[in-house]
Design a binder for this molecule. Structure first.
Ligand code: ADP
Ligand code: MG
Length: 728
């Protein structure tokens, strides 16, 4: 009989919530551990401050002398705060962050010790990059990559380490990370959107993409989580009979937060506050033990960094509460999985949200311009956007009957749909004064009013307009937001550039007024991007059929979804927008395929261990007890034993039945894995894992779960769903 499960349960029941002292007002502690503008003003010379600000605003270069000054200031500040080490903090293609700490401490040639940190170390580091995924960009013999300071995301003190956000590139210049392409995409959308925003306000000189993510996660008692080899190794449960009670009573969502969890959340928010992560909202999510946290939105690059940092802080804080955070998109079958909605918009340096309707017709035309262009961009590149959120773990959501579907569509609500329908009727070329007035008063002018009662909401839509931003809902809870944000901002940038060209042609060559030209181009966009708009139930079978008719992609699995990355149009797009070269795109596709294969390979191995190491032995042990019982009855009752042992014999047989299939299927899965492993081409190998290996997972699980129901609770070695999800 297994002891781990029962020890874990009793450990989990002995916990009490930690007491957290939040130290008064949050605003007073906000960003105390961040070398932000306030600290720069305090620690830098005016010259250095202006130079860093210039780099943040326009990407201008910071020269070496200034970098030395900044480094010295950062060092003083950090050491004062108790720092002993510094690190470049970067985002390799593993999907998480990486760091390599160096002490400030150094020795002079004469043996004296001192604290040292210069511009050189601030601006560039050379981590040995050979062990990071590179998708073939870097051969091992030229393994050096380097990290380079990203001044747009402020350095911060994490524990006793000064962390400097950086990009990570190969010596040949190719990006080996998620941040570098994101920064390029943000720069592209800045210049494209600024160009278009100038039609409406000459004073706009910069546009920032904004991002507000909503992080969903599960919290499980640490001992219980550790008692499950599958949770430890893969982040999800591979087997497990669903508990009698799941989320059907809707009694968890927005319910009272359990006290141990609340204590974790308060502790977490305290740490986040010091790190400048503007966390705001916390609540129970739909599934048992599932929760959500959302911040105030920020500039997209900073928001991405903050989300990555948050996930790390969550892991660490959870440890001290003897909890384990599960970021996996589908840790438990039968209940909701976790996502990370990405709320996105564009904001000017004059303080205007470009996706927010305004008080004048011109402001509303500006809103419509950015609104329709985003729709058009998503319509043109829906498949590419889908590819940006593909992963083995997110396939459990996007590829299964779970929120949201793998088909991209946009929800804008009835009212805005009717505005677009009216705009479709705008005349070609010049507009009569009457038509202009009509448009101003009754179509464009009505938008703010309409929006006031735009209570229309559609939770099934993967890309929904929610009043003053778009919400991308398919992003996985584990995913680095840099990936979808890189694609979204690239496609919108491309679209806005095209739009501006078309409008300028109408103004210059056809003598149209600016607003006439804009109406003319928008009219065509509305017509040609209609197929992407869908307000109905995104989970329904009808939509799947309809979407097929509309020729929208429906890629349910990662190997299929990421093919589009290297399609001619995608390569041209990334190249034209200076976001990624062909080499960089191909490398990413390769890394994604490898990661997919690896994840399935690990799951396959864990299945093997679960079946042979846990499930089969438990079933046999229990079956032996039944057999002994039947033997005993036979001894005492002779021929009469049969009648008395009917039920036992039935269970014995059913156990044997499942055992037989379980063993056969597991061996067959291992065999398919072996075959897949010798395939050289990554795509074919990923396909083999997807189509030959993975289907066995469900079958194996089915029989494991049946056995869980047959075997006595006492003999079942794997912590059950009921215990994982309901023990507080
Ligand atoms: P819900 O989707 O739960 O109704 P909210 O309306 O509260 O959410 O907003 C969710 C997220 O959207 C928050 O993180 C918020 O900061 C973010 N958000 C709000 N406005 C913007 C914006 N202009 N750009 C980007 N994110 C935004
Ligand atoms: Mg939301």
């Amino acid at each position: 009989m297994s002891k781990i499960r029962f020890t874990a349960i009793s450990e989990s029941q002995s916990r009490t919530p930690l007491t957290i002292d939040e130290n008064g007002r949050r605003s007073e502690h906000f960003a105390t551990n961040v070398f932000n503008e306030e600290k720069m003003l305090q620690f830098l010379t005016k010259e250095a401050y202006d130079s860093v600000k210039g780099a943040i605003f326009s990407g201008s270069k910071i020269d070496r002398k200034i970098a030395d000054q900044v480094a010295e200031a950062m060092k003083c500040w950090a050491i004062n705060m108790g720092a002993t080490h510094y690190t470049h903090w970067f985002q390799p293609l593993t999907g998480t962050t990486a760091e390599k700490h160096d002490a400030f401490f150094d020795l002079l040639p004469d043996g004296r010790a001192l604290e040292k940190f210069g511009g050189g170390q601030l601006v560039q580091q050379e981590p040995d990059a050979s062990s990071f995924p590179h998708g073939g960009i870097r051969n091992t013999f030229e393994a050096r990559g380097y990290t380079a300071w990203d001044p747009t995301s402020p350095a911060f003190l994490y524990g006793t380490t000064l962390c400097i956000p950086t990009i990570f590139v190969a010596y040949t210049g190719e990006a080996l990370d998620n941040k570098a392409p994101l920064l390029r995409a943000l720069s592209a959308v800045d210049s494209a959107a600024t160009g278009v925003a100038k039609y409406f306000d000459k004073n706009v000189s910069k546009v920032n993409a904004t991002l507000g993510w909503e992080q969903e996660y599960f919290l499980i008692d640490e001992s219980l989580a550790m008692s499950r080899p599958d949770l430890v190794m893969t982040g999800r449960t591979l087997v497990g009979q669903t508990a009698a009670k799941g989320q059907q009573l809707d009694d968890h969502y927005f319910g009272v937060i359990p006290s141990r969890v609340l204590s974790f959340m308060r502790h977490l928010e305290k740490e986040c506050t010091k790190l400048g992560i503007p966390v705001k909202t916390r609540h129970n999510e739909v599934a048992p033990n599932q929760f959500e946290l959302a911040p105030v939105f920020e500039e997209a690059n900073l928001a991405v960094d903050h989300n990555l940092l948050l996930m790390d802080v969550m892991d660490k804080v959870a440890e001290s509460h003897k909890l384990k955070v599960l970021f996996h998109e589908k840790p438990f079958a039968g209940i909701n999985g976790s996502g990370k909605h990405n709320n996105w918009s564009l904001a000017t340096d004059t303080g205007v949200n470009l996706l927010s309707p305004g008080s004048t017709p011109m402001k509303n035309l500006q809103f419509l311009t950015f609104f329709v262009n985003t729709i058009k961009a998503v319509d043109t590149y829906e498949e590419l956007l889908r590819s940006s959120i593909a992963s083995a773990s997110n396939d459990h959501r996007l590829g299964a009957n779970e929120a949201p579907p793998a088909i991209f569509s946009i929800f804008i609500g009835k009212q805005l749909s009717s505005v677009l329908d009216e705009l479709e009727g705008v005349s070609k070329g010049k507009l009569s004064p009457e038509e202009k007035t009509e448009l101003k008063l009754n179509v464009v002018g009505k938008i703010p009013e309409i929006m006031l009662d735009n209570t229309d909401r559609n939770r099934t839509s993967p890309f929904a307009f929610t009043g003053n931003k778009f919400e991308m809902r398919g992003v996985g809870s584990k995913t680095n937001c840099a990936k979808p944000m890189m694609v979204l901002n690239t496609i919108v940038a491309k679209q806005l550039n095209d739009f501006k060209k078309e409008v300028d042609v109408l103004i210059d060559k056809k003598n149209l007024k600016k607003d006439e030209a804009i109406f003319n181009v928008l009219r065509e966009y509305i017509k040609t991007s209609k197929r992407i708009r869908f307000d109905g139930d995104g989970y329904s079978q009808e939509w799947e059929k309809e979407a097929k008719k509309r020729k929208l992609s429906n890629n349910r699995t990662t190997p299929d979804a990421i093919q589009v990355l290297t399609a001619k149009d995608s390569l041209e797009l990334f190249n034209a927008m200076n976001v990624m070269s062909e080499v960089e795109v191909r490398a990413r596709q390769e890394v994604e395929l490898e990661s997919y294969i690896m994840h399935l390979q690990i799951e396959g191995r864990v299945f093997n261990e679960l079946v042979y190491g846990y499930v089969i032995p438990a079933a046999i042990e229990y079956q032996n007890i039944l057999l002994a019982n039947v033997g005993g009855l036979k001894e005492i009752y002779g021929a009469g034993y049969k009648k008395l042992s009917d039920s036992q014999l039935d269970i014995i047989q059913r156990i044997s039945g499942h055992l037989e299939i379980l063993k056969t299927k597991t061996d067959a899965m291992v065999n398919e894995r072996k075959k897949a492993n010798v395939i050289a081409d990554s795509k074919s190998k990923a396909d083999a894992y997807c189509n030959k290996v993975k289907p066995y997972f469900d079958e194996i699980r089915y029989h494991c779960d049946k056995l869980e129901r047959l075997v006595s609770d006492k003999h079942w070695p794997l912590t059950k769903y009921r215990e994982l999800l309901f023990v507080k």
